[in-house]
Design a protein around this ligand. Structure first.
Ligand code: ADP
Ligand code: MG
Length: 243
């Protein structure tokens, strides 16, 4: 895999300023109400330092996806505060939140989330189309990103013609399309066999280093936790360890 940096415009990514990319304070989220209410998060606080890969572990139902959805602005908390790159999410109008998600966050999901009728290259280009990046600049960046994830030779294949690991690498390239400051990945290796999962996590690790991005990754795969700079553990909606 290429070690070159691929910041917007092909220039090297500037050294990230010190401080925390994500600050989460006393986050609460309850689904439903009354007797059937589920207290998914009961006061969760943590930080994600700039340039680090932070893993969120915890068994199924512990609240990992809820945390990621809130940090990514896909859902709103019932209490607490989220600050992303210095911006308080609660203070944003809907349009600004949408723009922040599109321009500053890259999402990677367990099920890849690729569009089946588009080629790998077209899938990677989608976030840039949404930003109306001119075709030529878009094509150049798609080439760079596909080479970064080692898929230059598969640019014209559709997701159904790629292995699971290759599909997730396309999804990682797509997540990087708009040069996000933060990558949010929810069990990105959950549908992959152990070796492929490790390779995908290795790629995420390498991308965090080479692109200077920050990553928050939920996983319950203990083998992958070793690749994280820091591991947070959730249990029943609370952080139980922060090592
Ligand atoms: P994890 O990702 O760690 O498996 P989740 O954040 O998905 O955990 O879920 C935390 C808790 O919240 C679980 O008890 C789950 O059943 C519940 N939950 C998640 N989403 C919803 C929802 N949309 N409606 C009701 N309950 C939900
Ligand atoms: Mg989950």
């Amino acid at each position: 895999m290429s070690e070159q940096s691929i910041g917007q415009g092909g220039t090297a990514v500037a050294q990230a300023p010190a401080g925390d990319m994500v600050v989460v304070e006393d986050l609460r989220r309850t689904y439903g109400s009354g007797e059937t209410a589920v207290h998914a998060l009961r006061g969760v606080s943590f930080t994600v330092p700039r340039g680090e890969l932070v893993a969120l572990k915890g068994r199924s139902g512990s609240g990992k996806t809820t945390v990621l959805n809130l940090v990514g602005g896909l859902d709103s908390p019932d209490g607490g505060r989220i600050t992303l790159d210095g911006t308080d999410l609660a203070g944003l109008a809907d349009d600004d939140l949408l723009a922040l998600r599109r321009d500053r966050i890259g999402f990677v999901f367990q099920s890849f989330g690729l569009i089946p009728i588009l080629t790998a290259a077209e899938n990677v280009g989608v976030p840039m189309r949404l930003r109306k990046v001119p075709a030529r600049a878009r094509d150049e960046r798609v080439d760079l990103l596909l080479s970064l994830v080692g898929l230059s030779d598969h640019a014209n294949q559709r997701p159904g013609e790629l292995s699971g690991g290759q599909q997730q690498r396309v999804a990682i390239a797509r997540a990087l399309a708009n040069s996000p400051v933060l990558i949010i990945a929810d069990e990105p290796t959950g549908q992959l066999d152990a070796d492929t999962g490790l390779a995908v996590m290795d790629l995420l690790r390498a991308v965090v280093r080479s692109e200077g991005v920050t990553a928050l990754v939920a996983t319950h795969d203990t083998q992958l936790l070793a690749l994280a700079d820091r591991v947070l553990e959730l249990r029943d909606g609370r952080i139980v360890t922060d090592e």
